[in-house]
Design a protein around this ligand. Structure first.
Ligand SMILES: Cc1cc2nc3c(=O)[nH]c(=O)nc-3n(C[C@H](O)[C@H](O)[C@H](O)COP(=O)(O)OP(=O)(O)OC[C@H]3O[C@@H](n4cnc5c(N)ncnc54)[C@H](O)[C@@H]3O)c2cc1C
Length: 409
């Protein structure tokens, strides 16, 4: 490579992770090539319009932070905050949706934890291999854990709290990006697809080369490479291509998610106004929760009710089920919230087998092993310690710093 020649970095995977990695590499002056097996960028994320209804197929929002706002402005995305109504978040308890689903007595240990800043005390530090549920019970008791902490975690990690590693989750919560102008959940005005499209076009203008329909099957690590292909594809590639990786990768797991979005033209079918409702495990729901899309972001639903039900495969294989069968399960869940039922005017289903990393002890071990030594490539994705999209920006920045520091020689 000549003295004025830019180093080229190849990125495998053109989902949110691959694109944001490309963004920071370009900003740092590298030449970038993205290899994507499908015919489009975006990976899991995608927004669809079905008649009068607009639905998201995976992520519907990102947590606002200063860096996210800066990048959005640079690529021409206008971020919007949620509507006022979305401040109301519900958890189902005792036959109804509640904003605070536990009694005053059950809340006391939690209030004292907050007021006395007990998260700094050694007694509340997670024990080795402790699950979030066990940590919650030890810190707050069973009632608050099963009806507040666990449903809240389920809304983010899509996995039962008894499978989540306390040290991994609490570490990630401690890691808070700097605040910007906006607060809470944000989204591009035109939905999550707009982020990807504007980012993709911006990168093309900056000279990034996209190779679509190009599944990477042979990995040549003589070319500096960032693998941004999702955890499951990485695990498969390690087996078929014998990519050097910590052995602990094989113990990591992915959860399968399904989103079922329904649109009802008549206002009377709205379940409620608010962000949505989460369903504690002891309750008789099949879904993890439901989002009330009509109340979340402005300009998405002209009239009527729009909702997205999120299900995982912990008990039933929803990610492989027909739409008709899924609708029967959702209808049964819906009957626990409302006695009225009509066939939806619009429906959209997205099934994502093995799509989201389970934040368990095996993943914690893998992250530790990966960080301990240098590999012939860098990784990028939601399975490296922070699940939320907005925090992936910081992982992408950290990779650029490593590359600048000579990671690839
Ligand atoms: C139902 C659901 C709801 C969610 N809600 C939220 C939310 O509200 N907020 C939030 O922050 N997050 C949310 N998430 C998580 C978020 O959507 C994901 O973490 C994120 O989209 C993952 O992006 P990624 O680029 O890492 O992986 P992916 O989107 O999986 O992209 C990986 C890409 O790599 C490509 N690829 C794989 N193998 C190869 C190969 N061999 N060669 C070339 N290309 C390859 C794939 O085709 C794909 O395009 C949600 C996820 C789901 C499923």
């Amino acid at each position: 490579m000549g003295p004025n020649e830019k180093q080229t970095i190849q990125i495998i995977g053109g989902g949110f992770s691959g694109l944001i990695q490309a963004y920071y590499l370009v900003e740092a002056g590298y030449s970038v090539k993205i290899i994507e097996k499908r015919d489009r960028w975006g990976g899991l994320i995608g927004s669809v319009q079905k008649g009068d209804f607009f639905f998201e197929h995976a992520a519907n929002a990102m947590m606002a932070n200063r860096e996210l706002e800066r990048v959005a402005e640079k690529v021409g995305v206008a971020l919007v905050s949620t509507k006022r109504a979305a401040r109301r978040r519900y958890i189902f308890s005792n036959g109804q949706m509640k904003r605070w689903p536990v009694s005053f007595a059950e809340s006391l240990p939690f209030l004292s934890f907050l007021l006395q800043r007990k998260w700094k005390s050694a007694r509340h530090a997670p024990l080795p291999d402790e699950s979030m549920r066990d940590w919650g019970i030890r810190s707050f008791g069973v009632g608050l854990t099963d009806y507040l902490l666990s449903p809240a975690l389920q809304g983010v990690y899509a996995t039962s709290s008894d499978q989540l590693s306390a040290s991994l989750i609490l570490d990630s919560l401690n890691n808070r990006p700097r605040k910007g102008q906006l607060r809470g959940s944000v989204s591009p005005q035109g939905g999550m697809q707009e982020w990807l499209d504007k980012m993709g076009h911006y990168l093309q203008e900056q000279g990034v080369e996209f190779c679509f329909n190009a599944p990477m099957t042979t990995f040549d690590f003589r070319q500096p490479t960032v693998l941004a292909m999702g955890l499951q594809s990485l695990k498969e590639a390690v087996v078929t291509e014998q990519i050097p990786m910590p052995a602990s990768l094989s113990d990591t797991r992915c959860a399968s998610l399904t989103s079922v979005s329904l649109g009802f033209s008549a206002e009377e079918h709205k379940l409620s106004e608010g962000f949505g409702c989460l369903f504690p495990k002891p309750e008789k729901f099949h879904a993890l929760g439901v989002l009330f899309n009509h109340s979340i972001f402005p300009g998405r639903v002209a009239a009527g009710a729009s909702e997205t039900w999120i299900l995982n495969d912990e008990k039933i294989a929803f990610s492989r089920m027909s739409s008709a069968a899924l609708l029967r399960y959702v209808r049964s869940d819906r009957s626990l919230l409302s006695s009225s039922w009509t066939e939806p005017d619009a429906m959209s289903v997205a099934q994502w087998p093995q799509s989201i990393a389970v934040y368990d002890a095996a993943l914690a071990q893998f992250i530790m092993d990966y960080q301990k030594q240098k590999w012939p490539f860098l990784l990028m994705g939601h399975y490296l310690g922070d699940l939320g999209l907005a925090k992936l920006l910081f992982h992408a920045q950290a990779n650029v710093e490593k590359i600048k520091g000579g990671y690839f020689g």
